[in-house]
Design a protein. Sequence first.
Length: 764
Amino acid sequence: MSTSAEDKAKTPESFSNLKTKTPPKNSVGFTSIKVVLGHVSKYMKLGDALKISKNLNQKGGFDCPGCAWPDPDDERSALGEYCENGMKAMAEEAQNKTIGAEFFAKNSVDELANLSDFEIGKSGRLSEPMYLPERASHYQPISWDDAFKKVGTHLNALNSPDEAVFYTSGRTTNEAAFLYQLFVREFGTSNLPDCSNMCHEASGSALTETLGIGKGSVTLDDLYKAEVVMVIGQNPATNHPRMLTALEKCKNNGGRIIAINPLPEAGLIKFTNPQNPLKLLTGGTKLADVFVPITINGDVAFIKALLIKLLEKEEKEGGVFDTDFINEFTHGYDAFVSDLKTYNFEICLEASGVSKAIFDDVYDLILNNNKIIICWAMGLTQHQNAVDNIRELVNLLLLKGSIGKEGAGTCPVRGHSNVQGDRTVGIWESAPQIFLDKIENKYGFKPSTKHGFSVIDAIKAMYGKKAKVFFGMGGNFISAVPDTLYAAQALANCNLTVHVSTKLNRSHLVTGKEALILPCLGRSEKDYQKSGVQLQSVENSMGIVSSTKGVLEPCSEKLISEVAVVCGIAHATLQGRTKINWLQYKDNYDLVRNDIAEVVDGFTDFNTKLKQPSGFYLPNGARVREFKTKTGKANFSLNKLPDWKLKDEELIMMTIRSHDQFNTTIYGLNDRYRGIYNERRIIFMNRDDMAIRGLKEQQVVNLKSEFNGVVREAHNFKVVGYDIPKNCCATYFPETNVLVPLDSFAHTAKTPASKSVIVTVEAI
Ligand SMILES: Nc1nc2c(c(=O)[nH]1)N[C@H]1C(S)=C(S)[C@@H](COP(=O)(O)OP(=O)(O)OC[C@H]3O[C@@H](n4cnc5c(=O)[nH]c(N)nc54)[C@H](O)[C@@H]3O)O[C@H]1N2
Ligand SMILES: Nc1nc2c(c(=O)[nH]1)N[C@H]1C(S)=C(S)[C@@H](COP(=O)(O)OP(=O)(O)OC[C@H]3O[C@@H](n4cnc5c(=O)[nH]c(N)nc54)[C@H](O)[C@@H]3O)O[C@H]1N2
Ligand SMILES: [Mo]
């Protein structure tokens, strides 16, 4: 009997060897350099490592496939614009070990699924296309041509193009992403779910409605010039380490920093720039002026408390709000004010879990400054009321006129290195009509105008057998999505699952009846095509498009680029019915960029502009106070306090990243900044909550979540007492994705609520 899809999808429940230390207050510094060197020497050739560190995030070099934090426009560190976790991402991609036919002949799919995610990732780079026939136990090699034909045959056998799902993870470059969505639309569907659906979708939704653009408004220069930067629901020391350099610069210019987080994350408190030798010796910069230990999902309540006090002061004395800005540029102020008056300050503050003394410190900073930037990430977007979280922050910025001027604005800090660019060039299940019209004008076919499936819809459709082919352009769908066991069944129901990937991951092991692994070049590798080595492009978190070009030789001759994969599949699938000469694009990516220039706003003269050393900024209405909303103004919004209540035994759980992972890729088993070594199956709990339940340090527990009458379970976690607000707890994803209910998601954005999972903890 082969292992069930559900069992293959779960992470193994065995323990490593947990050690804990007091979490450090400081981040980066010497340890970080030591860790990088250790990692690089273990997994990469020395020559490759040097080439990489010299070219990473340099002008004319290649873009780090880690996070989407921007590179400085002007001076870039001579030591390399890299960080510990960027180098770990590189060591992961540029490994010197490869796996192909021999590896898959030796290891069955079931055996591989028994490995931990850490072990799966360490097996090596995928080196040739592999095919899993129906009922087979092992993958076997397949030629590229046959693989393309297989995809084409399955797609063409569907009753409707809407029975296929085309997922994208955010590493795909603009060129590959544009062609991919073009193929999907010509094939006839808009089923283009992407990782953004699980990430910043709530930000996009809230910002489009209130400010007319689903992206942030600030530049790096604004961050240097801000008077106050609020970092809320984000852990930059781990996930965007180069952001700390920008915050340090802001502090050196006199700026103040407010950190709002249930956890006292190390980098938010203090930071030692690894590229500043003096600071390495003298011990770093204190970053947060105020640390706000908020309860999970207490953010709307806390911001409302601030708004109430600011309004009171404004009505009494005036001079608090930027009334000129409000009058000229905004809509809905009166309705906002009357709604705000229905809330009570004490109730809001209590719901936030924050003390009056800390509240007062934040209030003073906001009251007395007018250049405010708010940075946020998953701590705000992965809740049922995620859209309200972000709209409430926008309300605050609008009152202070802190948008569209120097040193002020919105800064949703994006995740994957090109997740923002992918959306810009058309990876969107509900793309605006204006974009679809441009596609029609340029290519002469009518794209589907139906709303396609987002991630959650796609899982439901596959579960209900309404979708039968799953195609993943990068990513690790089964480990990234909520409700692992349900999603496993959904994938198992498909006729074919296909993954374009650089590394083996769990999604290759939880398959449809047949499956394909299509291995592609990584960012760091040279992309040889007929017209020479190709350049590609990405867009960072601040809307700057820049070029990226690999520097290493490909790790296998059988790898092709994502662009070539799309061209091959489009050619094999669409055959006589296409209006597009698909194969031309892979020979010369300039041709793709010429098309992007015609179809996507802001890309005029794309090929020429991309040659500028620092890239170019895309247009951004909010940055210049042109709010392209339905009202033509920046909109105030009305947001409610969340209405969940915990029963006695329950805790609210956030599923977060450790310092040693990139999403579902596990670099190692430590979470150094939180004092955790050698284990991922842990639950951080408040020590009072442990005492009430009679739980001791390292006691083994099972976790349960109940939602709409369905109980979900995750077994074997060790309790770690931690500085986290009462009634809150934290675990790592993907281990606890089995507990995240598919139907618990952000209203209007459908982002899974993976930061507010209600659980009970039971000793075993
Ligand atoms: N090294 C590394 N870099 C990465 C990634 C990675 O996995 N590893 N992932 C990339 C991706 S795709 C993304 S989206 C980003 C993610 O970057 P982050 O959003 O920083 O990642 P998370 O670990 O999800 O952290 C969420 C933070 O929000 C806090 N938080 C949780 N719930 C709440 C809440 O209700 N309110 C408030 N105020 N805070 C809360 C948590 O304590 C934690 O500090 O990072 C990107 N960069
Ligand atoms: N519970 C919980 N769940 C979450 C989150 C959370 O905070 N909590 N965060 C969510 C977020 S923010 C995100 S963005 C998603 C991430 O979801 P995904 O983007 O689907 O997951 P990743 O782990 O980033 O994908 C890693 C895989 O991408 C492939 N890969 C890497 N580089 C390349 C490349 O250059 N090309 C190609 N084709 N493939 C490549 C490798 O095979 C690797 O195994 O997870 C979400 N899931
Ligand atoms: Mo993300």
